[in-house]
Design a protein around this ligand. Structure first.
Ligand code: PMP
Length: 284
């Protein structure tokens, strides 16, 4: 695989960074993930807007322009022959020279890494046909979940716990309500209403979420933004999650309780179709 590191393209074996990189030592890095369908990037502008916001919130600077980011995405997609897959982008605060809690001096270059993952069945994911099962776990993450940092240890633990329980993923609960999934935003459907938690620092502001809510509103669907409980999800007509890498994914079981008849719902199925169609139209 050809990857990008700090202005250069190289085989992944040759891409090396310092042991004092802040991303490694302090988890001091932000990232983005975009999907590639038909060799084109989905939701590019949205992901770049969020990247810029994450960096601003952490007082990180990176001189690359949107045109340059897009050119790197395209170059990696081309060099790695990606038709369907993902592009990961990571920016750390760079090499601090030695271990130190303080940020390195201004002007220290960030470490910029991009790489692709081929995923031949991204759009036709068989899991979307049957839906996935989730367990709930307390949300033990920090309280700035709106910043997309690489501090992914708890989500990683949660996915391991879900797998150990024979399920696919975990939904996080705080103060009695669901915040989000381990790596996705979550929704329930009651009648014709789509219910999802409102934006705050409690959740990541999903790019898929933003687009999906726009497309759903255009399709005259009713949306309510508020927290919901696990019990509500278990009693809902449908449940699903969204993320850049899974689009719209039906959830058919929550903590061992089937959602409705335990089959993929009509609304989730329709939303997945609408999402794929609309986001592909805007792909670059
Ligand atoms: N919440 C969390 C915690 C996530 O990690 C992700 C995936 N990056 C999302 C939500 C979904 O965001 P997006 O639609 O931008 O992929």
């Amino acid at each position: 695989r050809i990857v990008y590191l700090n202005g250069e393209y190289m085989p992944e074996e040759e891409a090396k960074i310092s042991i004092f990189d802040r991303g490694f030592v302090m988890g001091d890095a932000v990232y983005e993930v975009t999907s590639v369908l038909g060799g084109k990037i989905l939701e590019f502008e949205g992901h770049m807007t969020r990247l810029e916001r994450s960096m601003r919130e952490l007082e990180m600077t990176c001189a690359l322009t949107r045109e340059e980011w897009l050119a790197i995405h395209h170059e990696l997609v081309a060099r790695n022959n990606i038709d369907e897959g993902l592009v990961y982008l990571q920016v750390s605060r760079g090499n601090a020279g030695d271990r130190d809690f303080h940020y390195p001096p201004e002007g220290t270059p960030p470490t910029v890494v991009l790489y692709t993952q081929a995923k031949p069945n991204l759009a036709n994911d068989p899991k979307a046909e049957v839906g996935i099962k989730v367990i709930s776990l307390p949300d033990l993450r920090w309280h700035r979940r709106d910043i997309k940092t690489v501090q992914l240890l708890y989500p990683s633990m949660a996915k391991m716990a879900a797998e150990a329980a024979g399920k696919n993923d975990a939904w996080f609960v705080e103060d009695g309500a669901v915040t989000e999934g381990s790596s996705n935003n979550v929704y329930i459907v009651k009648g014709n209403k789509i219910i999802t938690r409102q934006l705050s620092t409690d959740i990541l502001h999903g790019i898929t979420r933003a687009s999906l809510l726009t497309y759903a509103a255009e399709a005259q669907m009713e949306i309510e933004e508020r927290p919901f409980t696990i019990a509500e999800a278990q009693e809902a007509d449908e449940a699903f999650f969204t993320s850049a890498s899974a689009f719209v994914m039906p959830v058919v079981e929550v903590d061992g309780v089937a959602v409705a008849d335990g089959k993929v719902g009509r609304v989730a199925k329709r939303l997945r179709e609408i999402y794929l169609e609309e986001s592909l139209k805007r792909a670059v």
